[in-house]
Design a protein around this ligand. Structure first.
Ligand code: URA
Ligand code: SF4
Length: 269
């Protein structure tokens, strides 16, 4: 798909979402919230559903949780306009209740089509409901900050998924806030890993083999890798990748030249 075709496909989906009456949530919404961002991005953030501010403005993550997400992106030098941000359900559940299974099921094809059009390398899920669309058996407290492969049936052909806590949970708990900050700081390294997963080069294959025990699913914590590592937390993957990168960078830059910051290789655009 060309860039123009991708943008057009996303706009078509957004138009359908704004007019959608497939589930009862359309009766109480002010505006549907299809999602927004850069059509050419490699990274998609998926939240649960619009809240009050999103419902009023028709845009995702524009309230307090959105401010935190924007701040988190700033920590890694990214702008929210560089990624794509959307939700599992596109209309606000009344009183911010959890979306019902039939509402999630009715809305899911829109997310699927968005992922088909975007073809991201990395999907960052925000909160339990979003994680459950990609990793039905995962638990947020155990699996946040870890990488798994995505089932292509989700619409994302060849992507890795990285579950994070919902920013609203981080606003309620200092402990979750600390863990979320740690998890977001690892996202650039997760993108690098995801790029390697899409187009394995020799160095990335080596890095993947050593730091991601089981990309094919299941719990990484329970699946020993060939090298005997037993867990791939975001932090360990990030650290190992960073070391790989530093080593690679040093190798290609002869002594005497200033070393480029490995983080420069992790920018989006
Ligand atoms: N929470 C979400 O899950 N999504 C939004 O868009 C806003 C808040
Ligand atoms: Fe349609 Fe999704 Fe809104 Fe339900 S939540 S009305 S399926 S766009």
């Amino acid at each position: 798909m060309t860039d123009l075709e991708r943008a057009a496909a996303l706009e078509t989906i957004a138009g359908e979402v704004r007019a959608c009456t497939r589930c009862r949530l359309h009766e109480t919404r002010t505006q549907a919230v299809p999602g927004e961002g850069n059509p050419d991005t490699e990274v998609v953030f998926v939240g649960e559903g619009p809240g009050m501010n999103e419902d009023r403005q028709g845009r995702p993550f524009v309230g307090r949780a959105g401010d935190l997400l924007t701040r988190h992106l700033g920590l890694i030098g990214w702008d929210r306009r560089d990624v794509f941000i959307t939700n599992v359900v596109k209309c606000r559940p009344p009183e911010n209740r959890d979306p019902e299974p039939d509402e999630v099921a009715a809305c899911y094809p829109y997310l699927q089509r968005q992922l088909e059009a975007l073809d991201p390398a990395l999907i960052v899920t925000l909160g339990r409901h979003s994680m459950a669309r990609f990793l039905p058996d995962a638990r947020i407290s155990r699996d946040h900050g870890t990488l798994r492969s995505v089932d292509p049936a989700t619409g994302a052909r060849r992507a890795l998924v990285y579950p994070m806590f919902h920013p609203a949970a981080a606003l309620r708990s200092p402990d979750v806030a600390r863990q979320s900050e740690e998890d977001i700081r690892a996202v650039p390294a997760m993108l690098l890993e995801a790029r390697g997963y899409r187009e394995p080069s020799e160095s990335m294959v080596a890095a993947s083999a050593s730091v991601v025990p089981d990309l094919a699913g299941g719990s990484a914590a329970e699946t020993p890798s060939a090298t005997g590592a037993t867990a791939a937390t975001g932090a360990t993957v990030a650290t190992a990748l960073r070391e790989e990168l530093v080593a690679a960078t040093v190798a290609v830059h002869p002594a005497g030249e200033p070393e480029p910051d490995p983080a420069d290789q992790l920018t989006l655009f």
